[in-house]
Structure formats: structure tokens, C-alpha cells
Ligand binder design. Structure first.
Ligand code: URA
Length: 191
């Protein structure tokens, strides 16, 4: 693990990483369809990082993570936790939008993994919330379902990891909202 980094070091490392992401052609596929990369946004010293799947249409247009419908729901979840988007950090497993928002294939998750991993190495959060199966596959390299993994803490490089459902899933399955809220409360008790 890296020693605790000062804020200017974090900024410099993230900027260098963002520049690499912009140049990346590793997966050679979806890079041809997206408009721009979406690196992530938030605090340089976040206690909590939220990790999603991949940019959608609005994120691809703006370069900012989680600003569409799912993003608005994520913002509400963050606010319900008595936090705000500026004090957390939001990133995705993939930095490019897959065509038609299709689910990323395992190879794409694998190619992109080192970017999110390096980003989290710099940010050194206390908690990482994996939103959905793609974030889980990237971070924990697990194929288990959210249902199997939620409800307890997992470990990643010194951070406590909470696994929960993706906000887009909640838009289609209202009843899962209470499960996500249970997961967020588990985290909040440790804050
Ligand atoms: N869904 C995600 O997983 N990430 C985003 O940035 C937007 C929607």
C-alpha cells in the first residue's frame, strides 16, 4: 500500500492517470463508439468512494459520472446518508461508454480494471461502495451475485467494501430500495 498521500500529490497522480485514460486504446472496441472518457469526480480525500459500471449517454456527453437518471438517484442516496457529492468520490469500473449502454463484457472489465484500481490507490478511501455486479467484478474479481455479497463488509487494499444494487436496477425494482438503504446504514454506522 502507498503511504498516505498529500493532496497535491493526489491531484498530480489523478491528472496523470486521467491523461492515460484519455489515450487508452487497450480494449480496442468501445473506444470507437464513445464521445469521451469519464474519469470520475469528487473529493481528493474522500472517506467514501462510490463505484458504478460505465458511463451512460449523458455521462458520455458531459464527461461527468452519474449525472443521468441513475445518477440523480445516486445523488439522493448520498444525501440521505447525510453526505453530498462533493465530499465523496464517484467513479466507474469502465471509463468508456459501451455502445447502446450494453453490459461490459469480462474482457472490457479486465482491460479497464487497472485504471479504477490505481485511482483507488491514490484516493485511499475508508469505504468503497460497489454499485452492481460490474463494479464487483472489477474490484473484488468475484462472479457472485449482489444478493450473495451484500450485508457484510469485504476488504480491498485497506478499504472496507460494501456491495449493493446499482441505482439503475432500483429504477426498475423499487422494492430493492430498502435493501440498498440497509446496506448504506451498515456503512453509516462505521462513519
Ligand atoms: N451508470 C453508471 O454505472 N455510471 C454512470 O456514470 C452512469 C450510469
Amino acid at each position: 500500500a502507498l503511504p498516505v498521500l498529500e493532496e497535491d500529490q493526489r491531484q498530480a497522480r489523478l491528472q496523470a492517470l486521467d491523461a492515460q485514460v484519455k489515450q487508452c486504446r487497450e480494449c480496442a472496441g468501445i473506444v470507437n463508439y464513445r464521445q469521451q472518457t469519464v474519469f470520475g469526480a469528487g473529493q481528493l480525500r474522500p472517506t467514501v468512494c462510490f463505484m458504478g459500471e460505465a458511463p451512460g449517454a449523458e455521462e458520455d456527453r458531459s464527461g461527468q459520472p452519474f449525472i443521468g437518471k441513475a445518477g440523480q438517484l445516486l445523488t439522493k442516496i448520498i444525501q440521505a446518508m447525510k453526505l453530498n457529492r462533493e465530499e465523496v468520490y464517484i467513479l466507474n469500473a469502465l471509463k468508456c461508454r459501451p455502445p447502446q449502454n450494453r453490459t461490459p463484457i469480462p474482457e472490457e472489465i479486465g482491460f479497464c480494471r487497472h485504471f479504477a484500481a490505481s485511482q483507488l490507490d491514490v484516493l485511499q478511501p475508508k469505504f468503497i461502495v460497489c454499485l452492481g455486479a460490474v463494479a464487483v467484478q472489477s474490484l473484488l474479481q468475484s462472479k457472485l451475485s449482489i444478493g450473495r455479497l451484500r450485508g457484510r463488509f469485504h476488504q480491498y487494499a485497506g478499504a472496507q467494501v460494501v456491495v449493493t444494487y446499482h441505482p439503475s436496477y432500483l429504477l426498475r425494482n423499487e422494492s430493492a430500495k430498502k435493501l440498498v438503504w440497509e446496506d448504506m446504514q451498515m456503512l453509516m454506522r462505521e462513519l
